[in-house]
Design a protein around this ligand. Structure first.
Ligand code: COA
Length: 336
């Protein structure tokens, strides 16, 4: 079974409640109906109920008993306002500003997540990455023990890949969010991406901190950054299988790993690849997608206290369904 089918299967089992705040988007409405048909947990749409139902009717989407929360009609609205003020007072949030901010569906969804009314949200079919993530970063915040939220791609290799039989799925982080991470940020990226591997794939993460150098073969401040991050991860999460600095071939190919990093338990076995910066991570995922024919799923978000995932504005309804399933699995991992 493919990883996405597996994740969809688990989403059915977990029955998590996921909010889709871009509720007048046709693909979002189609995805909400598919999630319902597939037997996922409840979907919560956000906005004017009459308008949402009318649009669903126009495009032939049966929303059935899908929940809709309209901020303008929400009896708990003032509670959300008070909590948002409490959370963001130091940043100048006032009750009036909070009422205004909560008219925005994504901030409203972030507050529903914060207050435990829903388990996560998925957005980005209409909004930019920044507009999707900013409310989550502002109110949901990073998970305990992690300061930096990051983005990774789930890279699903084609069966024709010579690497497929060894490892059909790899995670690449950070390929989408943190521009030029410090050692501490890089350590958080590694820990967050590894936790996401556990939540989504279920097997043990084996994390390689990538570089242009393997175990001191090159000397440069860029290499020092990676080894400093590795030390921080080892202090924070001593149980995590992680090693570095490793070149990509040493991380992935056992014969090369044995030669370049003898004795490493990660070299040749890595399934989570941590890139030294956003340029490397973003370029790498696009090259593997285009040249190796891998399917790149993401950007998926690691390191938040509760799960939120972003979409590409060119996404299809089925991509939204997959992101809902991923979010449900991340939510379940938080509570297992
Ligand atoms: C992350 C991002 C959404 C932040 O948005 P922004 O408008 O710059 O917002 P700010 O920098 O003011 O940050 C907003 C809040 O999020 C927090 N934050 C920002 N990035 C964070 C991160 N990686 N981890 C944790 N918190 C973060 C800030 O500390 C701030 O919190 P505060 O308001 O409580 O002080 C933005 O940098 C972004 O869109 N990055 C995408 C990078 C990119 O271009 N990717 C494309 C390649 S695929």
């Amino acid at each position: 079974m493919g990883i996405l089918q597996d994740i969809r299967g688990r989403a059915k089992k977990y029955q998590k409640t996921i909010c889709l705040p871009e509720s007048l988007d046709d693909r979002t409405l189609q995805a909400a109906a598919t999630c319902r048909r597939e037997g996922f947990g409840p979907i919560v749409l956000v906005g004017d109920t009459a308008k949402i139902k009318a649009r669903a009717g126009e495009i032939g989407v049966d929303l059935g008993d899908t929940l809709v929360r309209d901020p303008a009609q929400d009896p708990e609205f003032e509670k959300l306002v008070a909590t948002l003020v409490e959370l963001r007072q130091a940043k100048g949030m006032t009750p009036d500003k909070a009422r205004q901010a909560l008219q925005d569906g994504i901030m409203y969804a972030a507050m529903l997540v914060k207050l435990g009314k829903v388990d996560g949200y998925v957005s980005g079919a209409v909004h930019s990455t920044a507009d999707t993530l900013r409310p989550a970063l502002q109110v949901i915040k990073a998970a305990k023990g992690v300061k930096t939220v990051s983005a990774f791609f789930m890279m699903v290799l084609p069966e024709s890949s010579p690497y497929y039989s060894r490892q059909p799925v790899l995670f690449f982080g950070d390929s989408g969010l943190v521009q030029n991470p410090s050692p501490a940020e890089l350590a958080d990226i590694a820990i967050g991406t590894a936790r996401s591997w556990t939540a989504l794939v279920g097997s043990k993460p084996v994390v390689a901190m990538l570089s242009h150098s393997t175990k001191g073969s090159a000397k440069h401040a860029d290499v020092d950054k990676v080894t400093a991050a590795l030390e921080l991860v080892r202090q924070t999460d001593p149980g995590l299988e992680i090693d570095g600095e490793l070149q990509a071939d040493a991380a992935l190919i056992p014969a090369i790993g044995e030669k370049k990093a003898p004795g490493s338990r990660v070299a040749g076995q890595a399934n989570v690849l941590i890139f030294p910066d956003l340029d490397a991570g973003n370029i790498a995922y696009k090259l593997v997608e285009r040249l190796a024919g891998a399917t790149a799923i993401g950007p998926l978000i690691s390191g938040l206290a509760k799960p939120v995932n972003d979409l590409s504005r060119g996404c299809k309804a089925e991509d939204i369904v997959d992101a809902v399933a991923v979010t449900a699995c991340q939510a379940a991992a938080n509570t297992l």
